[in-house]
Design a protein around this ligand. Structure first.
Ligand SMILES: [Mg+2]
Length: 103
């Protein structure tokens, strides 16, 4: 089961199905939140390496992207647990709110 290029709602559905397929669909919301937070820490570690070295190689970029993807997967997993099926609708609504706030 491999994702291809996809829209956000398709990615949301992919994460839901991937978790079932891998047997990870029994986690609690608390466990999911801890795992998400761990992934944010891993992303922060990669950003820290970037800041510390002051350079950004293709390998750094790949490692940072992998951690960003891990964060995205857990973020969408939490959205799935909340029963959100059309996150694109909420993205558009929230961005409209944000746009008004910053105009
Ligand atoms: Mg990770």
């Amino acid at each position: 089961m491999q994702p291809t290029s996809m829209e956000l709602n398709q990615l949301l559905k992919y994460v839901r199905e991937m978790k079932k397929h891998r047997g990870f669909d029994g986690t609690s919301l608390e466990q999911e939140m801890v795992l998400f937070t761990e992934e944010v820490g891993e992303l922060a570690r990669e950003v820290g390496r970037w800041i510390k070295t002051g350079s950004f190689t293709a390998e750094n970029r790949r490692d940072l992207a992998y951690e960003a993807v891990d964060c995205l997967i857990y973020l969408l997993s939490i959205a799935n647990m909340a029963g959100i099926e059309d996150i694109e609708k909420y993205l558009l609504e929230k961005e409209a709110i944000n746009t008004r706030r910053f105009e």
